[in-house]
Design a protein around this ligand. Structure first.
Ligand SMILES: Cc1ncc(COP(=O)(O)O)c(C=O)c1O
Length: 479
């Protein structure tokens, strides 16, 4: 195959969204469309296609919007990143005593080597013990824990390790890492149940039941509590109903609990091990959001009721077997967990952070108060805020005034054929520099957007919330 020829052709292939020969910003899907274009028009001569059937399902709007924002920044608009849940990037200071623990560990040679494939044994002992002391919960052993290079990695392994026909029903709106991985594994669009914006984004349990009942390929149910992007925290009654459905239809459950320690005062603080009863299940947990140390790439799976079902047990074994092929996950962050989680200062650290995000969620709620165009549900945990536009309020004529001509033209070129909420998001970016993520990018039929509660500068945060609110009012009134 003549590589130069293909590179040349690829550069000339039109991306959706590019205009008049300008370079477009290719998303994953656009890059794949271009690939199909190449195949159709130029007949790539590889013996057989090497692209996985599910490849078109890999999309991550949270990061894809970054490419667009960078071009706007290059045109002179200062960018305010509200798209990604990285507390460090947003300026949260590293907690000094946690940093000290890490410094000491770096001085230990053992933190530089490989560890057990499943993860550092002392850490797995410690974490199993933490599960086992929870009130009313089930017990696990250290062998029921496997470490990964972050939950992002665990997600890829968990769905990738499933039989292709075995589907996992997940929420909509969906956190893209899960929905994309499930879609990519199956080769079909992710199967979803509704979270109800008119009921604080709670799962529609009837919808779950019906989807499970009428689709016998569904083998598991995914839930996130606290949820991303909505910040909803589920009460015991809803979790019990989901457990009953799993029991009735013999399903397993996955709970992404990465925000389990960021639950605001007054909301239920439940861990999966406390509500799962006898259902085979995977809990996903990590340190990215709570030390917080996202760059550590360290997360783990708790395999609950692993031995209660032979099929589930074999599947869990296959996850460990796959991990062995990879040797192991990051050692240093794993070694820090017993010291950090076990430190007497840690509970206060978690409490302070949960209070901080809770206070900021109230500020955001107040900023959107009285805005008739939107549904604004105050979150109960995590550090995101989702605003939904009421049905029918957006159209493809609405705009925001953008003084900078080049930026205005760029935004106008980008909004053709995009979803109405993405159109708003682009105009918001062009006018104010604030980058948020369109809700339709979270596998959602509802229009809206997600921003974070991570901005540490109080004045800047107040400006962000106020500016977004004003932008909504202006945009809606514009046409
Ligand atoms: C719900 C959820 N799960 C997993 C992750 C990724 O976690 P990790 O950094 O451990 O890969 C994120 C990151 O934003 C998240 O929001």
């Amino acid at each position: 195959m003549d590589a130069n020829k293909y590179i040349h052709v690829a550069q000339g292939a039109p991306f959706k969204g590019s205009r008049d020969g300008e370079p477009g910003i290719p998303s994953t899907q656009q890059a794949l469309s271009s690939l199909h274009y190449l195949v159709e028009h130029f007949g790539i001569d590889m013996r057989r296609s090497i692209v996985h059937e599910g490849a078109e399902n890999l999309s991550y709007e949270i990061r894809e919007i970054v490419g667009v924002a960078r071009t706007i920044r290059d045109m002179g608009v200062p960018i305010v990143w509200e798209n990604i849940g990285d507390p460090i990037e947003k300026g949260e200071p590293i907690t000094p005593w946690i940093r000290d623990i890490l410094h000491e560990l770096v001085d230990m040679s053992s933190s530089w080597g490989y560890c057990d494939s499943a993860g550092v044994i002392e850490t797995r002992n410690f974490l199993a013990e933490q599960v086992n002391i929870r009130e009313g919960g089930i017990s696990i052993s250290p062998d029921d824990l496997i470490f990964f290079n972050g939950i992002g990695d665990a997600v890829a392994r968990v769905y990738g390790g499933l039989r292709r026909e075995a589907r996992v029903l997940g929420p909509s709106p969906a956190y893209s890492t899960h929905s994309s991985a499930e879609g990519a594994h199956s080769g079909y669009n992710h199967v979803t149940y509704a979270l109800d914006p008119y009921n604080h984004w709670m799962p529609d349990v009837e919808d779950i039941r019906n989807r499970v009942k009428y689709n016998d390929s569904i083998a598991g149910i995914l839930l996130l509590t606290p949820d991303n992007p909505t910040g909803a925290v589920y009460p015991r009654e809803i979790l019990d109903e989901i457990v009953h459905i799993a029991q009735e239809f013999k399903l397993f459950i996955i709970a992404d609990e990465i925000y389990a320690h960021i639950v605001y005062e007054g909301y239920p603080r439940l861990h999966m091990s406390q509500w799962i009863q006898d259902v085979p299940a995977l809990s996903m947990r990590g340190i990215s959001k709570e030390y917080p140390w996202p760059g550590a790439r360290c997360g783990w799976l708790e395999m609950l009721n692993r031995k209660k079902d032979a099929n589930f047990a074999t599947y869990c074994d296959s996850l460990l077997a796959a991990k062995r092929l990879e040797v192991c996950s990051t050692t240093l962050p794993q070694m820090s967990i017993p010291q950090v989680f076990g430190d007497e200062r840690y509970p206060a650290h978690l409490k302070r952070r949960a209070k901080t995000f809770s206070d900021r969620s109230i500020e955001a709620y107040e900023a959107f108060d009285g805005c008739d165009a939107v549904i604004s549900n105050k979150p109960g945990g995590a550090f995101y805020y989702t605003i939904m536009f009421k049905p029918g309020v957006l159209n493809n004529q609405q705009t925001l005034p953008i003084d900078n001509k080049a930026v205005r033209e760029r935004i106008e070129s980008l909004v053709h054929g995009v979803t109405p909420d993405k159109r708003f998001v682009y105009y918001l970016m062009g006018q104010t520099g604030i980058v948020v993520v369109p809700l339709t990018g979270f596998q959602s039929a509802h229009e809206g957007f997600r921003f974070t509660l991570l901005e540490c500068d109080d004045a800047k945060r107040a400006w962000i919330f106020k500016t977004i609110r004003e932008a909504i009012d202006t945009y809606i009134a514009s046409a």
